[in-house]
Design a protein around this ligand. Sequence first.
Ligand code: CUA
Length: 334
Amino acid sequence: MLSEAYKATLPLQGTDVAARWDSLYTFLILLSAFFFVLVIGAMIVFAIKYREKPGIRTKYITGSHTLEAVWIVIPTILLMVIFGWGYSVYRDMVHAPTDAYEVRVIGKQWLWQFQYPNGKSTINELYVPANKPVKLIMTAQDVLHSMFIPNFRVKQDLVPGMYTSLWFEATVPGRHQIFCAEYCGTTHSGMLAQLIALDEKQWSDWERGKDVGKIPRADGRPDSVASGAGGAVGSVSGLAARGKGVFEAKGCAACHSVDGSPKVGPTLKGVYGHEVLLADGSKVTADDNYIRESIENPEAKKVKGFENMVMPPFKGLISEEDLNALIAYIQSLK
Ligand code: CUA
């Protein structure tokens, strides 16, 4: 219904609801533009036409029932159309079908954790089947967060101590960007995730634990480079390169820099193989086991100066292969 050129200015329409939302939004913009031109145009024309002229007195106007009826009836009809249309889109947006695939979501400073019915758990990557309704049941561990998926035109707050939900049916397979849309602290802007909508075959592969590989962006655009990785990173290859991918995908980059600059957490540059001063005054060498422990159970040995840093334990959330790659990447940060 909307022209392709106009659609290109909007985020991808990743659901049917998104397309209906866009139509309503466009209608509101055009309606506002029409009345803006009408009112401001009339104002300018009348200001010129009826300006004060010597010798001419203004007519005494008593009113017009016809005019009054027109400016009551027409706006009423327009507002009722907007209400009805808006209600219909909103209703379908908030009422999830009862057979939706359910994923539980936890928002925490500053990452997204997803729990699936089959017991799987992922961080910052939400895997869902395309062309099937999916319902997210969400809560927050610490402060308010907000799940925002621009391609689907849906947004819902995550509130500590209660559950909120959101649903969608992705019609375009591929990766869709997820943002946190509620200011939740220092690294709010780094609280990013990817929604990965899989086609039927990929989905059954993923459910059976098979690697589905790198899924391209749904809108066909190239990946932006090293988003949020905190400065230039030397070129890495092999295992370390895979580790760099894990580092970015799991949200590590939100709190740890790799160029020596301080962030919420300690920088990882030059850590590997060197002594680390802990909060209790003791020292430990950052070898493979220390790094693994700090990823899986960050509370075990807190670094001096970062006692108050809250990092979620990644135990069971990162595969052995990814852990090895991650450590190799940290090793490469000399
Ligand atoms: Cu979480 Cu902003």
